[in-house]
Design a binder for this molecule. Structure first.
Ligand SMILES: C[S@@+](CC[C@H](N)C(=O)[O-])C[C@H]1O[C@@H](n2cnc3c(N)ncnc32)[C@H](O)[C@@H]1O
Length: 445
């Protein structure tokens, strides 16, 4: 393990480090690696490729990853596992807590992952640690625990390649309203408590006695760390030494203030951040839809009320998302291929078709056009849009003049958009092969 000799006074709060030494978060048992692979949604290579690399990265060239504030290793292990067979890939795990690093390292040992470098150090020291530059940086649940999140993001930016990208998670302000009320209550109750143990004991008593009217109690359907992760969960959620949440507007200010672009805010897909998901009235929707994306997303946050975190990708460039207009791209279902689309189309010719997914907790509804059945027939995750369109023309005995790519694309676009908004359908360039499946990676090592 490399020692980045974190400079206590300048680069992090001692209380934050002490907390994660005493209560590594999230608590993980390394031997569980033998039976399951934790996945962190935003670190699936398919998603990173779609959102951050125009669908063109096959991750088989040099690919350097930094997991900043990697904690007990969820993201590090998942990325390391996905990149296991790329000899030119490297994952650097950085954390100020030695205890967290130790747990993460033992997880990697159980999985026999040899592509991870372990660094004990602070994000704020990155400019001088000489670890970069990186193609992809993951920083989940860390910047909001810093005295100066902007300095943290600047430090990350300083080691990001020009065409690299980051995945960041910050706490959401409105969704955590009840958390901050309870933190305030606990600060008052814990005034005399001398250490974290004593505070924890008081907190458990308070948690057991909250009335149903309490805001934290009311939000227990969306916040569960205190139940799922025991003492470590309670400490991280309610007794944190430093914790500040962000609204959509505040996170844009932070990112843009550092000279970066928000590529996309996603919660599986982007539907959660789209005003269309909530507003039905056409007049109001027309007005709101005319606003810049950032303002629309801020409105979606205010309507939804339950965004406890914001997950988003950022980059220096603004144009990093794979485009449906590039016919060399291959459309594919992400994680949950529906088996019955053709059957549904055949069952009700010319009528509306509803395709549902339990994983995405959503339904896509469309009225099939003349060529929709064929589009779905050839959508196999192997063939590009160009190849699919050519096959449809052959089936119908038509030339490109008689049935243009534009006509086919116009029929497919609104259907793709619905699937893609949910995160259920993505694109990757034809030159990029399929990625390892979750099932393959979950196999015991
Ligand atoms: C809430 S945990 C998140 C861990 C991991 N990213 C995850 O999502 O599972 C926050 C982690 O950030 C680390 N951390 C906090 N401030 C840091 C800093 N300045 N530099 C490096 N790590 C830091 C803590 O030690 C802790 O492990």
């Amino acid at each position: 393990m490399e020692d980045g000799s974190p400079k206590e006074t300048s680069s992090y709060l001692k209380a934050v480090r002490d907390q994660y030494e005493a209560y590594p978060y999230p608590p993980r048992n390394p031997t569980d690696e033998k039976v399951r692979l934790e996945n962190s949604w935003h670190d699936f290579l398919e998603l990173i490729n779609f959102y951050c690399f125009n669908g063109r990265s096959n991750f088989s060239q040099e690919f350097r990853v930094l997991v900043a504030g990697g904690g007990t290793g969820d993201q590090t292990i998942f990325l390391g596992e996905q990149l296991r067979y790329n000899r030119r890939a490297e994952v650097v795990h950085l954390d100020i807590s030695e205890k967290c690093n130790e747990i993460a390292r033992r997880r990697a040992e159980v999985r026999k992952l040899a592509n991870i470098t372990w660094v004990h150090g602070s994000v704020l020291d990155l400019p001088s640690l000489k670890l970069g530059p990186f193609d992809y940086i993951n920083c989940v649940g860390v910047l909001h625990h810093m005295d100066d999140p902007r300095a943290g993001l600047q430090a990350l930016r300083s080691v990001l390649k020009d065409d690299g990208a980051m995945s960041i998670m910050l706490y959401g302000k409105y969704g955590r309203t009840g958390v901050y009320q309870l933190q305030e209550l606990l600060r008052r109750i814990n005034l005399d408590a001398t250490d974290l143990q004593a505070k924890l004991a008081n907190t458990k008593i308070v948690l057991d006695s909250l009335p149903r009217t309490n805001w934290f109690k009311r939000s227990e359907d969306i916040i569960g760390d205190h139940k799922e992760f025991g003492d470590a969960g309670i400490v991280d959620l309610l007794l944190h030494a430093q914790d500040r949440p962000f609204t959509v507007d505040e996170l844009y200010d932070l990112v843009e203030g550092c000279g970066l672009h928000v590529i996309e805010l996603i919660e599986r897909g982007r539907s959660k951040y789209k005003v269309e998901s909530y507003i039905r009235d056409k007049r109001i929707l027309d007005r709101v839809s005319a606003l810049p994306r950032r303002q629309q997303q801020a409105i979606a946050e205010l309507i939804a009320g339950d965004m406890i975190v914001h997950n988003f990708y950022v980059a220096r460039r603004a144009d990093t998302v794979a485009s449906l207009e590039d016919l060399r791209n291959v459309p594919f279902y992400f994680l949950d291929p529906p088996r019955n689309v053709l059957e549904l189309i055949d069952r009700n010719p010319g009528r509306s078709v509803k395709v549902s997914s339990t994983l995405y907790a959503a339904t896509v509804e469309f009225v099939p056009g003349l060529y929709t059945r064929n589009l779905f027939k050839y959508l196999d995750g192997e063939h590009s849009l160009k190849e699919i369109f050519e096959q449809i023309r052959r089936d119908h005995g038509k030339t490109e003049q008689q049935l243009s790519n534009d006509e086919l694309l116009n029929e497919f676009r609104p259907i793709y958009q619905q699937f893609n908004d949910l995160g259920w359908m993505l694109l990757r360039h034809r030159s990029v092969g399929k990625f390892r499946s979750l099932t393959e990676m979950q196999m015991p090592v």
